[in-house]
Structures are given as C-alpha cells and as structure tokens.
Ligand binder design. Structure first.
Ligand SMILES: [Zn+2]
Length: 173
C-alpha cells in the first residue's frame, strides 16, 4: 500500500503543467471581413489588422506561447513582416502549435471569452471550436469559447473594437 502511494506521487512529480494567458484587441471598420475563431462571420464591419485580424486566434496563440514561456505573437510573427500581411491566422495558430510541440508540450485545454457588442456569436461557437480543435489536434470539448457584450459601455459597446481573452493549459508530452 505504502509503495503504491509512493509510486503514484513520483508519477505526479514527473508531469509538468504550464498555464498561459493571452489577450488581443482589434479595431472594427467597414470593408473588412469579420474573422473570429478561424471562420468568417457575416457582419457590416470587420476587424482591422496586418493579418486577417482574428482576435480570438491571436489571443489563443498568446496563451499557448505564454504557457511555454516563448514570448508573444508579435515576437514570432511581426506585423512589420510582409509575409504575414493578410495571412490567415489559422496558419499562425498552426505555427504556434508547432513551436510549443518543439518544447515538448501538448495542449490540455483552452478557455476563452470574446467581447463584442454585435453580432450575436452564439450560433458560430461550435464552428469556431471545431476550427481551433482541428488545428491544435485535440477534441472539440477541450476548446471553450464564451462571448459577452459590454452592455454597450466603452469601445466594445460602441462597436469600435473587439477583444478576446484566452487561457491555455499545456502538459509535457
Ligand atoms: Zn491580433
């Protein structure tokens, strides 16, 4: 009995978990597609940025990089680099996953919250979960996406911008 407990404790010690946090902001403007969570959402405004400006994928990338202590998205994919102009952020997420794998980490789960006044995000959440989980290579129920408005307060409430927050848990492979 004592031996079993001892071995169990040793196993736990071998496992390493790392938590990470990411946040991202983008302005909203007419004439741009609204890319969120790897999918295009029909709306009269889209997010402005050097890449496709997918606020949720960028926050997820930062959470993953943060958990592995690898800096942030701007370090790896600078917005001054022309190769990232209008790039599909799913490619950035794919590259981020490769970076954390190189450090021998795999993703346990992601939790995120999107802040925008309009449009309603709920009908698109499942599609976003699927898109993100496919890239990360985990089941869909490991990618949580929540959405909130700011009750019409501030820049989000005035529909001038969109914000996403994400946390990620990694474990050693
Ligand atoms: Zn961004």
């Amino acid at each position: 009995m004592y031996l079993q407990i001892k071995l169990g404790f040793a196993d736990i010690c071998k496992m390493a978990y790392r938590i990470g946090f990411g946040v991202d902001f983008h302005q909203l403007a007419g004439g741009r597609p609204l890319m969120i969570g790897g999918i295009e959402i029909p709306h009269d405004k889209g997010s402005v940025g050097h890449s496709d400006a997918d606020v949720l994928l960028h926050a997820v990338c930062d959470a993953l990089l943060g958990a592995a202590c690898l800096g942030d998205i701007g370090v790896h994919f600078p917005d001054t680099d022309l190769q990232y102009k209008n790039i599909d952020s799913k490619i950035l997420l794919q590259k981020t996953v490769e970076l954390i794998k190189k450090e021998n980490y795999s993703v346990v789960n992601i939790d995120s919250t999107l802040c925008l006044q309009e449009p309603k995000i709920k009908p698109y959440i499942q599609q976003m979960q699927k898109a993100i989980a496919e890239i990360i290579g985990t089941p869909e129920n490991t990618v949580s996406i929540k959405a909130t408005t700011t009750e019409r307060m501030g820049f989000v409430g005035r529909q001038e911008g969109v914000v996403a927050y994400a946390t990620a848990l990694l474990e050693t492979i």
